[in-house]
Design a protein around this ligand. Structure first.
Ligand code: ADP
Ligand code: ASP
Ligand code: MG
Length: 465
């Protein structure tokens, strides 16, 4: 089989784990599969880089910045020595040294400028993945498999300039295919996930968790038989196992369900990761690196109707609710259009919308990081009448129940809200897409975990079927 295998941060948390991953890839290669590997940064490194970058721009402390680079250097060199045979280390050290120097210069540059743009943030956070690909590739050579490493840009991922959440141009798919077809068939390419390059040659990132997206872009480019996302969980689960220990892995779900789950906060998948797979109907598998024989979750186009109409419960808690209200809105044409255009112009991402039939109120949920911008632009837009009040609240969370079979089945919403009512959970806002693949609603932030637990139980998601 032609397989793209992506390894997440926890799977390659240190040198020993990288070595285990190399052995795992070797095993699948020896079974006769053609494999392309996509890698994330070491566990926690992207967060640490972003933190250091913000500190550098705020404090301008070069001593601290250089200490950070020394730590990153030590961490990656240790990973290299643990993952790679001694006689193969030298070549890779030379490659890494160039990256350590560039990283140091870039971070010192931020200290001097006292300014961190989206473009420089992307360049800095790309070092996590760029440092790991050469190490994992060397580790594969150590276990006797030919391998070369590439960045996302080198393999052909060309994106727009939307730093922090860049999107690949259509031409990417052909470019990646051409690049890969030129490589030796016996060698396994190891590609840095999460990153691409734009037309001006600057490094871009595909958004947090973006290595899933990279794997899927590459899988679609080469028309892989399957795309495998290796993580530290047994698959896509009925809910986040960190919130509900009884959560269990789903053996099979549809593309639409996986997408809905990721849109509504299931961190296990990047929200755009399914989209490229759909182009060529490529199955996506989520597997556990630490239990490789477990089948994991298979994500496919369509799935037979099962017993459970509700498949999963998700939660997003870094969101804010904006309420736009006023008697002047009733019957006034174009208020909603103005709201959406204004938010779109300010690049505010809308998570959820709800309008009461009285038309005197429009509620919108946005990312918490965009709360202030959203309120500012809306107040400016409606400075002269129509809208009475614009209020916002970040102490909320969006909970969603997801399942493609919910469409057309009466009573699911009734069960959701009855269960919440019975448990004294106050629902602030409700929304259901007309596709009926999810029912999502807003609760107070402090009630979110309890809400998820109640619904997980209500729909018997904890019981193995
Ligand atoms: P990786 O970085 O390896 O790609 P992630 O950390 O992005 O892996 O995704 C795995 C994490 O997603 C788990 O630690 C888990 O807590 C969280 N998660 C949230 N919702 C779900 C879900 N429905 N199923 C599985 N994991 C989930
Ligand atoms: N390292 C990146 C992040 O932490 C991308 C990824 O892990 O998929 O967001
Ligand atoms: Mg991830």
């Amino acid at each position: 089989m032609k397989l793209v295998m992506k390894f997440g941060g926890t799977s390659i948390g240190n040198g020993k784990k990288i070595r285990q991953v190399a052995e795992l890839v070797k095993e699948y290669k020896e079974k006769g599969n053609d494999i392309i590997v996509v890698t994330s940064a070491l566990e926690g490194v992207t967060d640490a880089i972003l933190h250091a970058a913000h500190e550098a721009s705020g404090e301008g402390n070069k001593i601290k910045a250089n200490e950070f680079i020394s730590n990153i250097t030590a961490q990656h060199k240790k990973a290299l020595y643990d993952a790679v045979e001694n006689d193969l280390v030298d070549d890779t050290i030379a490659k890494l040294d160039v990256l350590f120097t560039d990283f140091k210069n870039d971070l010192n540059g931020i200290c001097s400028l006292g300014e961190l743009t989206l473009r420089s943030t992307d360049k800095l956070s790309s070092y996590g993945e760029r440092l790991v690909a050469p190490i994992l590739s060397a580790s594969l050579r150590s276990v006797g498999i030919e391998s070369e490493s590439f960045t996302g840009g080198e393999i052909g991922i060309l994106t727009d300039d939307n730093y922090g959440s860049a999107y690949p141009f259509e031409s990417t798919y052909k470019a990646v295919k051409d690049h890969i077809s030129k490589l030796s068939e016996t060698s396994i390419p190891v590609i840095s996930g999460y990153i691409g390059v734009n037309k001006s040659g600057a490094i871009t990132t595909l958004g947090r968790g973006g290595s899933d997206f990279t794997a899927s872009i590459i899988g679609a480019s080469i028309k892989a038989d399957e795309i495998w996302l290796w993580k530290e969980v047994h698959g896509i689960m009925t809910t986040d196992p960190k919130l509900v220990p009884e959560a269990r892995p789903l053996s099979i779900i549809s593309y639409i369900e996986a997408m809905e789950m990721s849109f509504f906060g299931a961190k296990v998948l990047h929200p755009k990761a399914i989209e490229p797979a759909i182009r060529h109907d490529i199955p996506v598998r989520v597997k556990n690196t630490f239990d490789p024989d477990y089948p994991g979750t298979l994500v496919v186009k369509e799935q037979e109707t099962g017993e459970n109409v509700v498949k999963a419960v998700t939660v997003i808690d870094n969101v804010a609710l904006i309420n736009i209200s006023g008697a002047g809105m009733v019957g006034t044409i174009g208020v909603a259009a103005r709201v959406f255009n204004t938010l779109a112009d300010a690049k505010v991402n809308i998570v959820m919308i709800s309008q009461g039939s009285s038309e005197a109120n429009l509620s919108i949920v946005v990312d918490e990081s965009q709360q202030i911008t959203a309120v500012e632009v809306l107040k400016k837009e409606f400075i002269n009448g129509v809208v009475g009040e614009i209020e916002s609240d970040a102490h909320i969370a969006v909970v969603a129940v997801v399942g493609a079979d919910m469409a057309g089945i009466p009573g699911v919403a009734g069960n959701v809200f009855r269960a919440l009512g019975d448990n004294n959970i106050n629902v602030i806002m409700i929304s259901q897409g007309s596709s009926q693949h999810n029912i999502s609603f807003v609760v107070k932030k402090e009630a979110a975990t309890k809400t998820v637990q109640i619904l997980h139980k209500e729909f018997s998601l904890d019981i193995l079927k």
